[in-house]
Ligand binder design. Structure first.
Ligand code: FE2
Length: 204
C-alpha cells in the first residue's frame, strides 16, 4: 500500500527520512533558544493548556524557509503529494515540552465541517532524541486506540480529521521534548478560506 493510499484509508501514514536533514532546523532552534523569544518566531501557549507546552511558529520568510527546505530536500517532501496531490506548506513550528504536562484531550486539527478529509495534514517528527519521561502520541481510528512513538528520522503525517492527543510528560528539570510540526494543505479554492482561518488562529 502506498503512503497516499494509507493516508486516504487510515487518515495517517508514516514516513522515514535522513535525520541529518534536520541540521538547519537544529541550528535555528538553538539560535531561537539563545534569544529567549527568538526573532522570526511567534510564541503561543494554548489557553487552558499547561504552560509547559509551547508552540513557536515560524513568522518570518527566513524561518519559514528553513522549515520548507527541510521538507523539500528530504523524503518528507512526499507529504505535499500525499495530501490531495497538490499541497503547500502553510505554517510550521517547534512544539516544545519542558517539565510535566497532563494528557491532553483527543481532538482533530481541522475539525470544522467545511473542511473534508483528505485536504489538510499535520506532520510531526522529533527534532532530537528525548528521554523516557516525555510522552508520545495517542491516536484513535474509529473505536480503536493506539500509541504512536516518536523516533528521530521517522515522521507521522496525519489528516486534519485524524483524532489524536499528546500523552502526559513527567519530566523535571531543564530537559525538553522538541517536535517539528509542519501544517500542509491543498491550495484548492473551495477550502482555502476555512483552512486559512484555522491557520491564522494557530499562528497569530
Ligand atoms: Fe493536534
Amino acid at each position: 500500500m502506498s503512503h497516499a493510499e494509507r493516508f486516504e484509508d487510515h487518515l495517517f501514514t508514516e514516513l522515514q527520512f535522513d535525520e541529518r536533514r534536520l541540521g538547519s532546523l537544529r541550528r535555528l532552534y538553538r539560535q531561537m533558544d539563545r534569544e529567549c523569544l527568538g526573532a522570526g518566531f511567534s510564541f503561543h501557549e494554548a489557553p487552558g493548556l499547561h504552560a509547559n507546552m509551547t508552540w513557536h511558529y515560524a513568522s518570518s520568510p527566513r524561518t519559514l524557509e528553513a522549515f520548507r527546505q527541510c521538507l523539500t530536500r528530504s523524503r518528507l517532501g512526499e507529504s505535499l503529494t500525499i495530501v490531495h496531490g497538490d499541497s503547500q506548506l502553510l505554517a510550521a513550528c517547534f512544539v516544545v515540552v519542558q517539565g510535566d504536562t497532563p494528557t491532553l484531550d483527543f481532538h482533530m486539527d481541522y475539525g470544522e465541517p467545511e473542511i473534508p478529509p483528505g485536504v489538510t495534514g499535520t506532520m510531526l517528527t522529533p527534532l532530537l532524541a528525548f528521554d523516557e519521561s516525555f510522552g508520545h502520541l495517542d491516536c484513535r481510528e474509529g473505536l480503536e486506540e493506539f500509541e504512536y512513538r516518536y523516533h528521530v528520522g521517522d515522521a507521522i503525517l496525519f489528516d486534519g480529521k485524524f483524532e489524536h492527543r499528546s500523552q502526559a510528560s513527567h519530566s523535571a528539570g531543564p530537559a525538553t521534548r522538541i517536535l517539528v510540526s509542519w501544517s500542509i494543505a491543498t491550495d484548492d479554492i473551495r477550502y482555502r478560506f476555512a483552512i486559512g482561518r484555522i491557520i491564522d488562529s494557530q499562528t497569530k
